[in-house]
Design a protein around this ligand. Structure first.
Ligand code: ARG
Length: 253
């Protein structure tokens, strides 16, 4: 009996050592448990929105599930406020996919995968608005989603009265109600919102206002190079085998 117990102990110690070794040799903490918990904010069509079945759907959701398949892990989506996403990484979530633009400020807290999509901020306007240049935005009431790059742009506009919303759709509704002169939001959601209210809203390309091109990427815990390598490889493979293009035509075009 004694011998059996010490054998058991020995086995347990060896296992502890082995897992210890695994972690030391750069194994990804995020992938350890066989699930990849992914933060998003499903208020951003066509990249993420709540589908008819109540579950997050959209291009990003489909893309991260394909990446999960390549990595051999189950993807679990955590829907949360956009402004909470970056700080959730490494605690509530392993990674985030949320149409999130790579910015220097965010890079101080998280690492980003290779970019997977280009965008630019658009300006949503009432159909009869005569706002057409950056200067025209000065002093206006402008809505945006809290903590987004659109929010950062609004903050910079001279004399603008910025209103930040947790859901972009609420900003759009306030513009329809006459409470806002404009809403600044990424190109693709802007086009979706504008097409939902064809006669009442126009979507103007932010390049006309001097806004710069932005790149979306998956946000990951700082320093998890194994995870970064695997995610970037999966992205490459999905582009090479046509899956990425299929998802673009299914969700975006
Ligand atoms: N691209 C913008 C940013 O990174 C907006 C993203 C908003 N995404 C969302 N799922 N609500 O700040």
């Amino acid at each position: 009996m004694k011998k059996f117990i010490s054998l058991l102990l020995c086995a347990a110690m060896t296992m502890a050592l082995m897992t210890g070794c695994g972690a030391g040799s750069g194994a990804s903490k995020a992938l350890d448990d066989g699930t990849l918990t992914v933060a998003t904010n499903a208020e951003f069509p066509p990249f993420e929105y709540v589908g008819d079945d109540g579950q997050p759907d959209g291009f990003d959701m489909a893309l991260i599930k394909k990446i999960g398949e390549k990595l051999g892990v189950e993807v679990v989506i955590e829907n949360m406020e956009f402004a909470s996403i970056v700080s959730s990484i490494g605690s509530k979530a392993d990674v985030a996919i949320a149409g999130m633009t790579i910015t220097d400020e965010r890079k101080q807290s998280v690492d980003f995968s290779d970019p997977y999509f280009d965008a630019v901020q658009y300006v949503l306007l009432p159909a009869d608005s005569d706002i057409a240049t950056y200067e025209d935005l000065e002093g206006k009431s402008i809505g945006c989603q809290l903590g987004t790059t659109g929010d950062f742009i609004v903050e910079e506009i001279e004399g603008a009265n910025g209103s930040q919303y947790n859901k972009a759709v609420d900003a759009v509704n306030d513009m329809l109600n006459g409470r806002l002169d404009a809403v600044i939001i990424d190109s693709n959601p802007a086009q979706v919102f504008a097409s939902n209210y064809k006669d009442q809203i126009k979507a103007v390309d932010g390049k006309q206002f001097g806004f710069e091109v932005e790149q979306y990427a998956i946000a990951m815990p700082k320093g998890d190079t194994e995870l970064a390598g695997k995610i970037n490889q999966a992205l490459k493979d999905l582009k090479a085998d046509g899956t990425y293009d299929e998802l673009v035509s299914q969700y975006i075009e």
